[in-house]
Design a protein around this ligand. Structure first.
Ligand code: PLP
Ligand code: MN
Length: 378
């Protein structure tokens, strides 16, 4: 692990680059806003740790009322449990004997749940839990429109639930009903229509399960783009939003009726970069390319400089293009970027640099937190 790019107490100007910055004030407001929203909607919040990969941040979410964490990988769950999180849902399918053995072992130390969408997974999970002497809660995942994982809504879910309850080392916990592709639909109307479809599919499955004698403790799903819809539906009772803590340039494009500030969440994650060359004078070259920013959902924006356009990233370089009227950047100047996609950007760094008073003359480093589950992909 690399050494942190700044020391605690240092002024903002002393942070070395590229660095992953958290605006602590905005981040804390985001945490509070989501905690209050979930409480007002009357649903549980189980935030997604795939965004932050940090037990320190998980603890802040749990302190504000979250019931536990979600993650996508067994390795992330291991880091969360080692860091003190006692209730983790792997909101994903886990396949292969080695992973199942680790998951079952982890369930000796924390409350662990996992998603399944195939009888073969249940066949392998049950003996793994038996060997570990542990108990694992299972959510049956249904495909509510994203076209990724999940069985078809309806009777297939009851078949899997029956298979789960046949093992005394497994318990049936309910449904995973996450509509991933709805999160980034650009208009509220599109998102509303997608979640209305997901709600019908989930309600139909709940009816089938009830007729078959199954109770669902958990009906989980939702992300930052749609959580208000699932939360108000009367169907879902556990929200799994992740990106709300940081927001990214892509989520900022989810506009309500073209209103710029439609989201209740603020950008709180940034990449600080330095101008390392001015080339032949046509542009600025910064030290943040593909290894400092994930560009899969679009390029970053430059904070406070809408006249600068990021483009042509290579491994270690990014170009900033000027408008004709722009004030030019000089060698050594620093720029603050709003990443296009927060989750994979976080996974590129060893450290979060938490800044208090971000974007003020008094901005200082208050916290250095490891991205503890960075690279935890198994
Ligand atoms: N739940 C599941 C199962 C996910 O895969 C994701 C993200 O991909 C989320 C919740 C969180 O979504 P977001 O980061 O958009 O809030
Ligand atoms: Mn994401």
């Amino acid at each position: 692990m690399s050494c942190p790019p700044a020391q605690i107490g240092a002024p903002f100007s002393e942070i070395d680059t590229p660095a992953l910055i958290i605006d602590l004030d905005a981040f804390e407001r985001n945490l509070d806003t989501m905690a209050a929203a979930a409480s007002k909607l009357g649903v549980r919040l189980r935030p997604h740790a795939k965004t932050h990969k940090s037990p320190i941040i998980a603890a802040k979410q749990i302190a504000r009322g979250a019931v536990g964490m979600c993650c996508q990988k067994v390795a992330e769950a291991e880091v969360l449990v080692a860091g003190g999180v006692s209730d983790v849902l792997v909101s994903n399918e886990v396949v292969g004997p080695r992973k199942l053995e680790r998951l079952a072992g982890l369930a000796r130390h924390a409350r662990i749940s996992v998603c399944v969408d195939d009888a073969i997974m249940v066949e392998q999970l049950a003996p793994a839990a038996e060997r570990a002497g542990s108990q694992i809660e299972v959510l049956v995942e249904i495909d509510v429109g994203a076209g990724r994982c999940g069985v078809r809504p309806g009777p297939a879910a009851a078949t899997l639930a029956r298979q789960v309850t046949a093992s005394r080392f497994l318990s049936f916990g309910g449904l995973q009903a996450y509509h991933g592709s709805a999160q980034h639909l650009r208009t509220p109307e599109e998102r509303r229509a997608a979640i209305a479809g997901a709600a019908n599919a989930t309600a139909e499955t709940l009816r089938v399960l009830k007729d078959a004698g199954f109770q669902c403790r958990t009906i989980g799903g939702a992300g930052t783009g749609t959580f208000e819809l699932e939360g108000a539906s009367g169907i879902w009772n556990e929200l799994q939003a992740g990106s709300y803590i940081f927001m990214d340039a892509d989520y900022a494009k989810n506009l309500a009726d073209g209103a710029r500030n439609a989201s209740p969440f603020e950008h709180a994650l940034f990449v600080l970069a330095t101008v390392m060359s001015t080339g032949a004078g046509e542009h600025a070259v910064i030290d943040a390319g593909h290894k400092a920013l994930s560009n899969d959902s679009g390029f970053p924006l430059v904070l406070g400089r809408p006249d600068l356009r990021y483009h042509r990233p290579s491994d270690e370089h990014g170009l900033l293009e000027f408008d004709s009227a722009s004030s030019r950047l000089a060698l050594g100047d620093k720029v603050t970027l709003i990443p296009g996609h927060c989750d994979p950007t976080v996974n590129l760094y060893d450290w979060y640099v938490g800044v208090r008073g971000f974007n003020t003359p008094d901005a200082r480093v208050e916290a250095l937190w490891p991205v503890a589950a960075r690279g935890a992909v198994t």
